[in-house]
Design a protein around this ligand. Sequence first.
Ligand code: AMP
Length: 215
Amino acid sequence: MSQPLTFALAKGRLLEETLPLLAELGIEPSESLTGSRKLMFETNRPDVRLLVLRATDVPPYVERGGAHLGIAGKDTLLEYGSDMLCEPVDLQLSKCRLMTATKKGEELPATGRIRVATKYVNVARQYFASQGRQIDPIKLYGAMELAPIVGLADVIVDVVDTGNTLKANGLEAKDLIAHSSARLVVSRVAMKTRHQHIAPMIERLNEWVKTQNAT
Ligand code: AMP
C-alpha cells in the first residue's frame, strides 16, 4: 500500500472549526487532537493520517511533501507566498482581515522608511511597496499592538476580526490589505500523484461549503 494520505492541520482556533469538516470527509481522529502532545494521529481510515502543526508550518509541510494536503489561513498563505501550492477550496472559516493599524489619531510618517511591527513581514513589504513606501520591518510573534504604543513602530500589520483588541490597546485600523479565510491547500505534486484520493475530497468540501453558507 502507498503511504497514507497525510493531512496537515493548524493548531489553535482553526482546529476546532476543522473537526466537522473532517467528519464530512469521513475522517475521525483515533484520539482527541487537542488533549495531547502528539503531532501525528491515526484516523478511522487506514489510508489517512493527520498532522497537527503550527499554522505557519502548514504551507512548508505541504509544499515540500511532508503532507499531501492541509488547511491554512489565507493570511498565512499570502505571507508564505509559494506558487507550488493550490487552494482548491475556500472553506469560509476563520474569516478575518489583514489590516494596518496605528496609534489612535496618528498618521504614518510622511517621508522615509516606515517602521512596521508584524509577523507578516512579506505581506507588509509588498503592501507598502505598492504604496510607494519602503519599510523597516520589526518581526514580532505576538503582542504587536504594543509596538506603536511604546514607540517601537509607526504601524502594525495584523489580522483583525472584531477590532476589539486594537481598540483595547489604543490603536485604530487603517488600511485593508486583504480578506482572509481558511483554505484547503494541496501541493501541485500531490494534486497529480494523489488525484484519485484528493479530487473526491475537494468535491465534497465544495458541496459542504455551499450548504453551510446557504443557511
Ligand atoms: P479581534 O477580534 O479583532 O479583537 O482579534 C483578536 C486577536 O485575535 C487579534 O490579535 C488577532 O491577531 C487574532 N485573530 C483574529 N482573527 C483571527 C483569525 N481568523 N486567525 C488568527 N488570528 C486571529
